[in-house]
Design a protein around this ligand. Structure first.
Ligand code: SOE
Length: 369
């Protein structure tokens, strides 16, 4: 396959081809348009599924195959929204065809495969991104900016959780539960990585070693035995001498998408709740400050992502919209801060591998660098 130069410099909208037909394909399609791009093509696992999704998502052209989509001259950026085991192969096809690539997380189901893709991305020089989209809440950027300027003092205790309940019923299942399609780590690989990405992004700390236990609430789903974890408890240490923990679960009834953190420093603690993302709590010994998402009072790094007036709530889709707007800016050659790349996808794969190893061995494990 010969690399072709995407025509993103032609002055028209940046053109996206989406591979996939599910929840993420829908979120990506909305976000492309909100960011000023256009979706020219879509490919599904079969022509029929592709046609149905193209109609639902208002995409004019259905690609007959993934190969046709990645080679199409009217596609500048390929967005991979398939089940996990196909992420690596699809991202590689798209990079080899000379396209910029957004690949849903996990970048790949093993760390060596993720390393291969990150290496390929570096060699092609194309823009690559993995949607660790919780970085795009203005309040998250505000926490990052204030921590960077020293408001927390010395961060020493970093803790939180990511809890969901969509797998609470023993009858609930989907492809993520199957290790052949979802990967050997399920709860941690699916959502624990978001928490770790956010922690490292906001604090600037890196996890150097960790230990973990994993558990299952249900040994079978329907009649099918389950091999992947419903939850994990991870203890870690960072390169800057902090310690911390994260709890991850997909069987916590009533918790829908409860990603929370508290990053505690000697001067202040920074608290965030993904289900109430319009505020950031800055805890102080003499009282707390609740920072509203109001661009008049945010640092410029955070105000960039505040697109609605305060009091008009922004949410999950807005994070994707901000992420895609930055992808489009990056494709056009602008510098954007904090766009999660394939290197960040590799980082997540290495942390996941360490969690799996630690849970199996019961020891502390160093995270590969
Ligand atoms: C399901 O657990 C899921 O859609 C994850 O796959 C996403 O990464 C997370 O953002 C929301 O929950």
């Amino acid at each position: 396959m010969s690399p072709q130069a995407p025509s993103e410099g032609n002055g028209g909208p940046v053109r996206f081809g989406i591979i996939g037909t599910g929840f993420m394909a829908r979120v990506h399609a909305h976000a492309v348009r909100a960011g000023g791009g256009t979706v020219t093509r879509l490919a599904g696992s079969s022509p029929e599924r592709g046609k149905e999704a193209a109609g639902r998502l208002h995409v004019a052209e259905v690609a007959a195959s993934v190969e046709e989509l990645v080679e199409a001259p009217d596609v500048d950026v390929v967005s991979v929204c398939t089940p996990n085991h196909l992420h690596g192969p699809m991202a590689e096809l798209a990079l080899s065809a000379g396209k910029h690539v957004i690949c849903e997380k996990p970048l790949a189901v093993t760390a060596p495969e993720a390393a291969h893709l990150a290496g390929l991305a570096g060699r092609t020089g194309r823009l690559t991104a993995v949607p660790f989209v919780y970085r795009y809440y203005p309040t998250v950027r505000e926490a990052r900016a204030r921590i960077a300027r020293g408001d927390a003092g010395r961060l020493w205790m970093l803790h939180g959780s990511y809890l969901q309940d969509w797998l609470a019923s023993p009858a609930a299942t989907d492809w993520r539960v199957d290790p052949a399609r979802g990967g050997v780590s399920r709860a941690f690989g699916d959502i624990g990585v978001h928490w770790c990405d956010l922690m490292e992004f906001v604090t600037g700390h890196r996890i150097v070693e960790l230990t973990a236990t994993t558990a299952r609430a249900h040994e079978a789903r329907g009649e099918v035995p389950v091999a992947t974890e419903d939850g994990a408890c991870v203890l870690f240490r960072t390169d800057q001498g902090a310690t911390g923990s994260v709890l991850v679960s997909q069987v916590s009834p009533g918790r829908k998408n409860a990603l929370t953190f508290s990053f505690d420093g000697t001067e202040a603690s920074f608290g965030f709740d993904q289900e109430r993302p319009e505020t950031l709590r800055i805890g102080g010994a003499a009282g707390d400050l609740v920072v509203q998402r109001d661009s008049d009072h945010l640092t410029p790094a955070a105000a960039r992502y505040a697109v609605l007036p305060p009091g008009h709530p922004q949410g999950y889709q807005d994070c994707f919209n901000g992420f895609f707007a930055d992808v489009i800016a990056g494709v056009r050659g602008e510098d954007v801060v904090g766009l999660p790349s394939f290197d960040d996808g590799l980082r997540a794969a290495r942390i996941t591998a360490a969690v799996v190893e630690a849970a199996a061995s019961g020891t502390w494990v160093r995270v590969a660098t």
